[in-house]
Ligand binder design. Structure first.
Ligand code: C2E
Ligand code: MG
Ligand code: MG
Ligand code: MG
Length: 289
C-alpha cells in the first residue's frame, strides 16, 4: 500500500515537472524573439527621501508582453533569462534604454534624480559590464554617479570574491552600487563591509510586515542601524502604507519606494509624476507618537 502510494506520488511529480519544464522551455524560446519583436519595455518606479520628501531617483523595471503568451512577469522570465544566458543581451538593452530615458528626462529639467537598474550577477561575472557601461554613459552623456546598479544580496554573497572584484571595477567608473533584496540572503558582515557599495535596499518581505510582526520590525530596525554604521544609504522597498512609512522614518531610514508613493509608471507618466511632485505632501505625514 505504502509502496503503491509512493509510486503514484512519484509519477504525479514527474508529470507535473515535465509540464513545468515544457512551459519553461516555451517561455524561454519566446523570450529569444522578444527583443526583435519589440515586446519589451521599461516602467519606472520613483523613490522618495524621508528627510525632505524629494524624489531622489527611479528604478527601471522590465516588462514583457509576448504576442504568443501574453504578459509574463519578471519573476518568471528573469530567472529563465539567467539560466539561458539571454540576460546578457536583455540586460544590455535595459541599461541602454534606462540611460537613454534618463538623458531625455535631464533635457526636461530632471537633473537631480538617479536611475537605478537591476543587474544580474551573470552580467556582473561573465559579461564585459564595465566596458558596456562606460560606452553607454559616454553615448547618453549622463553623469555616471546618476546611474545606480542594483545586485541582489543572495547572488552577490553566493559569489562573494568574484562579485567584490567586479563591483570594484564598476565603482572605478563612478557609478553607484546598491545591494537589492537585503535580508533574504545570508550576508557575511565581513563581505558586506568590504563591498564597495553605497546603498542597501531592505527587501519588501520585511517591510510588508513591520507594523504587525515584531520580528520583522526588529530586523528592519537592526538593518538600518547596521547600514548606517557602515556608512550606507538605506532604502526600504515595498512601502504600501502610511503606518509603514511613519515607522521607517522613526527608525531613521533614508528613503522609501513602494505603492504608497507610486506604482511603476510608463516613462511619460513618470516624468509628469516627478515634475508635479510636491515634497510637502510627503513630509506632512506625522510620526506615530
Ligand atoms: P526588485 O528589483 O526588488 O524590484 C521591486 C519589485 O517590487 C518590482 O517587481 C516592483 O514592481 C515591486 N513593488 C514595488 N513596490 C511595491 C509594493 O509597494 N508592494 C509590492 N508588493 N511590490 C512592490 P517586478 O517589477 O515584478 O520585478 C520583480 C523583480 O524582477 C525585481 O525585483 C528584479 O529582481 C527583477 N527585475 C525586474 N526588472 C529587471 C531587469 O531589468 N533586470 C534584472 N536583472 N532583473 C529585473
Ligand atoms: Mg531592484
Ligand atoms: Mg528588491
Ligand atoms: Mg514575517
Amino acid at each position: 500500500q505504502a509502496k503503491a502510494l509512493g509510486r503514484n506520488t512519484f509519477q504525479f511529480y514527474t508529470e507535473a515537472m515535465d509540464a513545468e519544464a515544457r512551459q519553461r522551455a516555451t517561455i524561454a524560446s519566446s523570450l529569444r524573439k522578444a527583443l526583435e519583436r519589440d515586446e519589451l519595455r521599461l516602467v519606472f518606479q520613483p523613490r522618495m527621501s524621508l528627510v525632505d520628501g524629494r524624489i531622489t531617483g527611479v528604478e527601471a523595471l522590465l516588462r514583457w508582453h509576448s504576442a504568443e503568451l501574453g504578459d509574463i512577469p519578471p519573476s518568471v522570465f528573469i530567472p529563465l533569462a539567467e539560466e539561458s544566458g539571454q540576460i546578457l543581451r536583455l540586460g544590455e538593452w535595459v541599461l541602454r534604454e534606462a540611460c537613454g530615458t534618463l538623458a531625455r528626462w535631464r533635457q526636461h529639467g530632471l537633473t537631480d534624480i538617479a536611475m537605478a537598474v537591476n543587474v544580474s550577477v551573470l552580467q556582473l561575472l561573465r559579461g564585459n559590464l564595465p566596458e558596456v557601461i562606460a560606452e553607454i554613459v559616454e553615448d547618453t552623456g549622463i553623469p555616471p554617479a546618476r546611474l545606480e546598479l542594483e545586485v541582489t544580496e543572495s547572488m552577490v554573497m553566493a559569489n562573494a570574491e568574484q562579485s567584490t572584484a567586479a563591483l570594484h571595477a564598476l565603482r572605478a567608473l563612478g557609478v553607484s552600487l546598491a545591494i537589492d533584496d537585503f535580508g533574504t540572503g545570508y550576508s557575511s558582515l565581513i563581505y558586506l563591509k568590504r563591498l564597495p557599495i553605497d546603498t542597501l535596499k531592505i527587501d519588501k518581505e520585511f517591510v510588508g510586515d513591520i507594523t504587525h510582526d515584531p520580528d520583522d520590525e526588529a530586523i528592519t530596525a537592526t538593518v538600518i542601524t547596521m547600514a548606517h554604521s557602515l556608512g550606507l544609504n538605506v532604502i526600504a522597498e515595498g512601502v504600501e502604507t502610511e503606518e509603514q512609512l511613519a515607522y521607517l522614518r522613526e527608525q531613521g531610514c533614508d528613503e522609501i519606494q513602494g505603492f504608497w508613493l507610486s506604482q511603476p509608471l510608463e516613462p511619460q507618466r513618470c516624468l509628469a509624476f516627478v515634475h508635479t511632485w510636491r515634497p510637502t505632501l510627503a513630509t506632512a505625514v506625522p510620526p506615530p507618537y
